[in-house]
Write a protein that binds this ligand. Structure first.
Ligand code: T1G
Length: 713
């Protein structure tokens, strides 16, 4: 029996322990071990029942995701899944009560193993779930057939299409779990198993009959789920595939449904969508590993924080801290600005409350963690200060100079700047080792990305503290270098350049936004600007012009500045790239004025506007991102291509099923991407210059993620 599975007998109950750190993933050895151990227990005269339990912090967190890369073809995967299904049937057919004892997480294949057991008991803080769609696959070990038999098709559809874990009390109420133990899990599970011996009670999930009524209600739920997914899936296929598998089980027998599940799983696991999502799964875990900041680098404890600036970003940052239980001093220049900021925070919590996600009492408790102020008193008690004042160099430098005077020498001084030079702030504060960029994304209390910008002198301790803090704030922290726009906005400038030029050349605002949301982005460039504010971008452009810089090489479209001069800032002014019913309204309509302005600007640049194909829009935007991403990598401002993909997935909602702009470029093929850069250079101008890294990788026949070497650039 492999070491990863142990066998013991306690009080006439066989205890099978899965011990495969860190999350007891179902590697081939673990599968084999479980199979052998349960067979041994069935034959063991010293054992009347069997308990399956995980060692360490969790039950089984699913199949070993790394194994999926070894499945090269559908046929290969289909064949292999036969073994898994047969194994689970052997568990289910055990002649002695078999109880799964769950703590931590029972996810994916882990929950499917538990479903094949006769009973499931858990600790009250355990979670169960089928997150496979988040990896572009479906449950492939019987979950689409057994779960509906335990909790009904409707809940099974929900769990398998949103992939979210379900807490034990809810899983008990739904019939997924049979009991929640109050004290020790193992003791509780053994007692439960013994009670089933006495009761001669064995329940095989696959034999739970699906009544006709349930089946027809289930089929209605499938139809309703498909309708809902049409709005939310944004191009991902796996959520629809899981509905197909569950439906097959509702229309046919358990075996027919299982066969269909295996076919669909085999299709999904070799798909580009799944490869992309598996890539993001591991990339998200890699971002925390910064080559020159060892895992054991000491970190500071962050117990008290201050935020300077209570505008849109400052308010959202304050909410992020207090949502994590960290009290915040929120400072503004005067009381009027402070009250405006507090009112916006209150309004945001009211919206959360109206959605039933917080109670009034919770809102009051959270808001009470915010101490508003207009002075620096108390800043000498802070562990961290986040500066979120207006994106202006002089204003930020003055703020850091002040912070250098009023805070403790070991206080972390973070800036929410989205573009400006962190080293300047370090110099202004007089202690650059404590200064770092914490670039949040709007809305800061919602978007999960934290771009952590290290300055030339930022200490490793401050970087490590920032990474740990990001996790505590519920963010994905990505460490990047300090160049203009860092990684996120530096690349975004090329995305926006192409969006503006495509408009001037003949595409419309609606077309560009429709095509990119069709590609899977949550919002197109123009809708996004109308939300964020056209004035924000305009003021950064004005600052850049004042220091003789542009955000991206090539022609600078005058259209956004013309809208700014007209006071069209977007939703907040009732007009921007679109017209809105009223200032603040989200109901938008296309505005023919934009077409007129685009015509005028095109004429000024001697361009004859032309019909532009949807494909060209996607190609130019994604090529611009990949080419600049390659430059960011070779300039050393990002550690890995995966970091860029995580930044775009979590910062801009770049469609996860594409894997992010760098992984997507590999999917398209770097030779094609390079050819496009060269084509655009010939058609539009020398500002389209291939990144040397891109040319080198193509010459070496490699990608940003070279499958054969597995090495990421
Ligand atoms: N396979 C391989 N490695 C895994 C893994 C898995 N399933 N889960 C985690 N790891 C690694 C991870 O890469 C990291 O490695 C370390 O464990 C700690 O993870 C048949 C087909 C369980 C909630 O999707 O959601 O079952 O970076 O940092 O924050 O139908 O891990 O240290 O080298 O995330 O405490 C379905 C995936 C698989 C769950 C713990 N299961 N895991 O979170 O730790 S498909 C999942 C998680 C399947 C069946 C199908 C989380 C976690 P390293 P971590 P954490």
């Amino acid at each position: 029996m492999p070491d990863s599975v142990r066998y013991d007998v306690s009080d006439r109950v066989a205890v099978v322990t899965i011990d495969n750190p860190p999350v007891n993933a179902l590697s081939p050895a673990v599968w084999e071990g479980i199979d052998k151990a349960v067979a041994r227990a069935v034959a063991d005269p010293e054992a009347d029942a069997i308990v399956l339990i995980g060692a360490g912090a969790t039950f089984i967190a699913g199949a070993d995701i790394k194994v999926f890369d070894t499945l090269k073809t559908r046929e290969d995967s289909f064949t292999r899944s036969a073994g898994t299904h047969a194994l689970l049937r052997r568990l289910e057919d055990a002649s002695k009560p078999l109880v799964a004892a769950i703590h931590g997480n029972a996810l994916g294949g882990g929950l499917e193993v538990a479903q094949a057991c006769h009973f499931r008991v858990a600790t009250k803080d355990a979670k169960v779930g089928q997150p496979e769609v988040l990896l572009g696959i479906i449950p492939g070990a019987g979950g689409t057939q057994r779960l509906p038999r335990l909790c009904g098709a409707k809940m099974a559809l929900e769990m398998c299409t949103d992939g979210k874990p379900v807490a034990a009390p809810k899983a008990l109420a739904a019939g997924i779990l049979d009991h929640i133990v109050s004290d020790g899990l193992l003791e509780g599970a053994i007692a439960f198993a013994k009670s089933k011996v006495v009761a001669h009670d064995i329940r095989r999930t696959r034999q739970i009959a699906m009544t006709l009524a349930n089946a027809s209600a289930g089929l209605d739920a499938c139809a309703a789920t498909r309708q809902a997914l049409a709005k939310t899936a944004r191009g991902a296929k796996a959520p629809f595939a899981v509905v197909d598998a569950i439906e097959a089980g509702l229309r046919g027998t358990f075996d027919e449904g299982s066969q269909r599940e295996r076919e669909i799983f085999a299709e999904c696991v070799v798909s580009t969508e799944s490869k992309a999502l598996r890539h993001l799964f591991f990339a998200e875990r890699e971002v925390a590993k910064v080559p020159d900041v060892p895992k054991d680098t000491p970190t500071r404890e962050i117990k008290r924080a201050a935020v300077v600036g209570a505008g849109t970003m400052g308010g959202g940052i304050a909410m992020t801290y207090v949502n994590a239980g960290i009290p915040v001093l929120l400072k503004e220049v005067d009381d009027a600005a402070l009250q405006r900021g507090l009112a916006t925070i209150r309004k945001n919590y009211d919206v959360t409350m109206s959605k039933g996600k917080m109670t009034a009492e919770q809102v009051e408790k959270t808001m009470a963690l915010i101490t508003p102020t207009t002075i620096y008193d108390g800043f000498d008690q802070m562990d961290i200060v986040v500066e979120a004042v207006f994106e202006n160099m002089d204003l930020k430098k003055a703020t850091f100079a002040e912070l250098g005077r009023v805070t403790r020498p070991d206080c972390v001084l973070a800036s929410n700047s989205s573009t400006l030079d962190i080293d300047e702030f370090g110099r202004a504060s007089g202690r650059p080792a404590q200064v770092i960029g914490h670039h949040f994304f709007s809305p800061a209390n919602v978007m999960r990305l934290l771009e952590i910008v290290r300055g030339r002198e930022t200490s490793k301790e401050v970087i490590a503290t920032s990474l740990k803090l990001a996790k505590r704030l519920g963010k994905v922290g990505v460490v990047v270098g300090n160049c203009f726009g860092f990684v996120a906005n530096r690349m975004l400038a090329y995305y926006m350049r192409e969006a503006y030029l495509l408009l001037e050349e003949g595409a419309s605002v609606e077309q560009i936004d429709r095509v990119l949301t069709g590609f899977g982005l949550p919002v197109g460039p123009y809708g996004m600007q109308d939300i964020a504010g056209i004035d924000v971008g305009a003021r950064i452009r004005m600052y850049l012009n004042s220091i003789g810089k542009t955000r991206a090489e090539g022609p600078q479209s005058a259209i956004p500045d013309r809208l700014f001069e007209m006071g069209r800032y977007g939703q907040k002014t009732g007009a921007g790239w679109y017209k809105y019913d009223a200032p603040g309204s989200r109901n938008r309509t296309p505005d023919p004025l934009i077409e007129q302005i685009a015509d005028e600007e095109a004429k000024k640049r001697g361009i004859t506007r032309r019909p532009i194909a949807d494909e060209e829009i996607v190609a130019r935007i994604t090529t611009a991102l990949a080419n600049e991403g390659a430059r960011v990598l070779e300039d050393g401002y990002a550690t890995r291509a995966g970091d860029i993909d995580i930044i775009y997935a979590y910062g801009f909602g770049f469609p996860r099923h594409t894997g992010g702009p760098m992984f997507y470029a590999d999917t398209v093929g770097l030779p094609t991407v390079l050819a496009r850069v060269k084509e655009y250079r010939a058609r539009f101008g020398d500002y389209w210059e291939p990144a040397p890294l891109l040319e080198r990788l193509v010459a070496e026949g490699r990608g940003f993620y070279s499958a054969e070497s597995g090495a990421a650039v």
